[in-house]
Design a protein around this ligand. Sequence first.
Ligand code: C5P
Length: 360
Amino acid sequence: MPTSVRSHAKINLGLGIGAPRADGFHALATVYQTIELHDVVTVTARPAAVTALRLTSNDARVPTDGRNTAWKMVELALEMLGLTAEVEIHIEKRLPVQGGLGAGSANAVAALVGLDVELGVRGIPGPKSGTWGTQDPWLAGRLEIAARVGSDVPLFLIGGTVLGLDRGQEVYPLPDVEPTWCVIATPEVGVSTPQAFRDWDALCAKEGLTPEASAGKLNELSRAYASAFAGVIPEGGQGAGSSGVLASNDNGREDLAGPQESALVRTGISSWIQNDFERVVFPQHPSLAEIKRLLAGADVPEAASSLVAMLSGSGSALFGLYLTRGDAEAACERLRPAGVKSYLTRTLSRAAYWRDMLSH
Ligand code: C5P
């Protein structure tokens, strides 16, 4: 029977970039956050004498051969497991095919989870298992092949709020941020990630940012992320995946309730997190800076401003986080006259990420 897996997107709650390295990559310090917005990846697999893969999608822009990250992931996983199988992967695109949301990387992990279920390699993965953690051989092997497929693939083997270091593939689970209203803006412009990194290199050269100086900056930033995000869960709070964090108030709006209400604000995170890519991407695409202002709502006197608004990854997707559903809907309204497509969603805790992955 085919296995359907939800493939959730991510945003970056801050992203610091270092100077270019000799291996062509850049050291990063970032906090990834999974969100409810998702594609659905359906996998059918049966053991066979030789491996044969087939990939289809409802979206013509999705590559259906070895260039597809889901294809690469399944191929590497079969190799690692020493298995041969006939595998069919169908990617139902619901997410915008948009840079910055990690959609292709999420598809790769969803295909891997589907493959595991189909071949009975292991039951439903995730934090339910007592041994779940980076010491877990299931996870360790998969983190390694995920890192080979792409720098932002491993985070999807953790889910929730995740610290990303090195080139982004070294991942550590952080205590979850409480479910928070989120608006994703998907402007028409495309941003090339390699080009954004090249522009960053030019900026580093201009400003004299050496690998040594940037290592210091990133160390400091990763410590700041770790301590700030570790403090997000209020004392006595239930933390990740707790139910009842959303409540309908008298207006029928679902608002963040209780002690979680101002955690992002209270800890002061929203005042200092930023994305270094904005420094090179906004000058190239000034319309994105304008969309950030609309998401933030800071220029609109009557608008409740966002907790935080910024570019996700190298873009061109941007996001805003809001205290209430009403504030998030107002942000979508501000984007509409500018002709910018937006999606209303929420951040997704680690427990919910794994719970919802196969249950639908
Ligand atoms: O790892 P991934 O295949 O997603 O990276 C795509 C490209 O982005 C790399 O070839 C590299 O040019 C750039 N990159 C980088 N530093 C990172 C991640 C990606 O320079 N930490």
